[in-house]
Design a protein around this ligand. Structure first.
Ligand SMILES: O=C(O)CC1=CCC(=O)O1
Length: 95
């Protein structure tokens, strides 16, 4: 199952910079791990915003929730999810 996921990050300004750096490094390590596992095929920065557009490929909505809630920045994110399915006019869907 494919999901389009938008993550808007808002780390509190009063968080110590060392803590912030640790969180961001841990987020990157987890994101790379999930990309290498094939679970996170697209990760794009939204220009001019501390936000990303991602596509995640998972077995179920439960797995998506488990993955997103495992992210170190999860407590500081607003997340919007759109479930995707193949468009009938997609070239890949043609007989
Ligand atoms: O910077 C972001 O958009 C949040 C994030 C997701 C994966 C990652 O490494 O950072």
């Amino acid at each position: 199952m494919l999901f389009h996921v938008r993550m808007d990050v808002a780390i509190p300004h009063d968080l110590a910079s060392q803590e912030r750096d640790k969180l961001v490094a841990a987020e990157k390590a987890r994101a790379l791990e999930l990309q290498r596992a094939g679970k996170w095929p697209h990760l794009w920065r939204i220009v001019g915003q501390y936000s990303n557009i991602s596509v995640l490929e998972v077995d179920s909505p439960d797995e998506l929730h488990q993955i997103l809630s495992s992210l170190p920045l999860f407590p500081f994110m607003r997340i919007e999810i759109t479930a995707l399915t193949q468009h009938p006019s997609d070239l890949a869907a043609q007989p």
